[in-house]
Ligand binder design. Structure first.
Ligand SMILES: N[C@@H](CCC(=O)N[C@@H](CS)C(=O)NCC(=O)O)C(=O)O
Ligand SMILES: [Fe+2]
Length: 431
């Protein structure tokens, strides 16, 4: 067992053996970070064996699988969070230790504790070739717009602040208003985290964009609008969704004309965030109103494709259509291969850390719902999987709010707001 000490809190090592876990505990470590995807080589210990060994040795354990060519800021931040959550020293490994050290060093540079120019020499001093990290930083420096994702662990939703470094203008995409269905309470912690970032970075919010009327959380668009004055927008076909659900909820007086938003985007409509042009692409299938926002080289694809290890979004809500989803995904995959794709949800397969950024090329190469599959195969696979999925736990509370543009129902005479629960109107019960 050879440890490379990076500082008092972090050491790096190559793949540990099962017996090493007890030794690490004895040596005073408090957590093991595994940065290796499962199945990289025959006989590899793998996530669940490592998690068990860590538990037996009384060590905390994090599964942060990355490959050298697909590291994103989410991976770097997850690595930092795992370190920050552990008082005792932490050991991080991959196959050789290089990816673990790369995650650490990139975080140090992003947070200005190391300069990009010192990265390769730092690698040499620790016996590792960090030229890949230097290339990652060089590429990142040229990336405009700047995109910061915020993960909501309660609903697996990803919210974004996308900004133009030249003008400090930004858009907020898919902000979440927290809702606890057990107590009926709302909270603004998620939305406030976005606003805090906007404030720290000195950004001006120009747009509040929803990709679709969400079925799993309330939109915080009206709250952000109240705080910033920015206009709210969504896809123009939101009126189709309003019509379907107005009937389901018996909301006779709800205007089904999209007037709850300041702007409705038709397919191909453009807008600007500072000096950067954005374009709305109609991407139906998951819902009838879904749009992808293409902003510079970044496409906010919401619930079409998830991360390449997670397949695609469901298409079985009222008005959903697997065939339409396939066509929308094909349009996304026809963008240039290096286009950054930012997804709307991550459900953390295998217990890995939350991830949300991929590229067109990654998806085409390794998404099991897409690679080597044709339309008929996709529709079969999608519909079969959808038959097994329970409805999202918040679908009935959320859609009545989101077809009002994220506004809660008006208060009753006693001042309390009430949600409606339509009985026996949706399929998808799992008993
Ligand atoms: N367990 C989640 C499921 C939410 C859900 O159904 N999410 C949609 C997007 S709004 C989806 O496409 N899920 C795909 C899947 O769960 O495989 C919840 O209850 O909120
Ligand atoms: Fe959705």
């Amino acid at each position: 067992m050879r440890l490379v000490k990076i500082d008092d809190h972090l050491s790096i090592m190559a793949q540990p053996s099962l017996a090493d876990f007890a030794r690490l505990a004895e040596a005073g470590f408090g957590r093991v970070i595994n940065a290796r995807p499962d199945g990289e080589e025959p006989g590899q210990l793998g996530n669940s064996a490592e998690a068990n060994a860590a538990r037996d040795a009384d060590l905390d354990y994090s599964f942060l699988p990355v490959t050298g060519s697909t590291i994103t800021e989410a991976d770097i931040r997850a690595f930092q969070q795992a370190l920050a959550a552990t008082k005792r020293p932490v050991v991080a490994h991959c196959q050789t230790g290089l990816r673990a050290l790369t995650l650490h060093v990139l975080g140090e540079v992003l947070d200005c504790r190391m300069s990009a120019g010192d990265v390769e020499a730092f690698g040499v001093a620790h016996g590792m070739d960090l030229s890949g990290a230097a290339r990652w930083l060089a590429r990142e420096a040229t990336r405009v717009p700047r995109v910061r994702g915020f993960f909501d662990p309660r609903t697996g939703s990803v919210q974004y602040v996308v900004s133009d470094p030249a003008t400090k203008c930004c858009a907020i995409i898919d902000p979440v208003l927290d809702f606890d269905e057990k107590s009926g309470s709302t909270a603004t912690s998620s939305a406030d985290a976005l606003l805090a970032y906007v404030e720290t970075e000195g950004l001006t919010v120009q747009w509040i964009l929803d990709t679709h009327p969400h079925a799993d959380h309330f939109s915080a668009a009206p709250y952000i609008k109240k705080k910033t004055g920015a206009p709210m927008a969504i896809g123009a076909h939101v009126t189709d969704v309003q019509l379907i659900w107005k009937d389901i909820y018996d909301l006779a007086t709800l205007p089904a004309d999209g007037s709850q938003w300041d702007r409705l985007f038709a397919d191909g409509d453009t807008f600007t965030i500072g000096s950067i042009e954005g374009r709305a692409l109609f991407s139906p299938g998951h819902t009838q109103a879904s749009v992808t926002y293409l902003i510079g080289d970044a496409a906010f694809v919401h619930d079409t494709v998830f991360m390449p290890d997670s397949g695609t979004a469901r298409a079985d809500f009222p008005g959903g259509d697997a065939k339409a989803l396939w066509a929308s995904i094909q349009a996304i995959l026809s963008l240039p291969g290096e286009t950054r794709l930012f997804t709307g949800h991550d459900y953390q397969p295998g217990g890995r850390h939350p991830r949300w950024e991929s590229t067109v090329a990654d998806q085409a190469r390794s998404n099991p719902h897409l690679a080597g599959i044709d339309e008929a195969g996709f529709v079969r696979l999608r519909e079969a999987r959808d038959r097994t999925l329970p409805m999202p736990k918040l679908i009935l509370p959320a859609i009545q709010v989101n077809i009002r543009g994220g506004r809660l129902p008006p208060p009753a005479a006693n001042g309390t707001r009430y949600l409606k629960l339509p009985i026996d109107r949706l399929e998808g019960a799992v008993w």
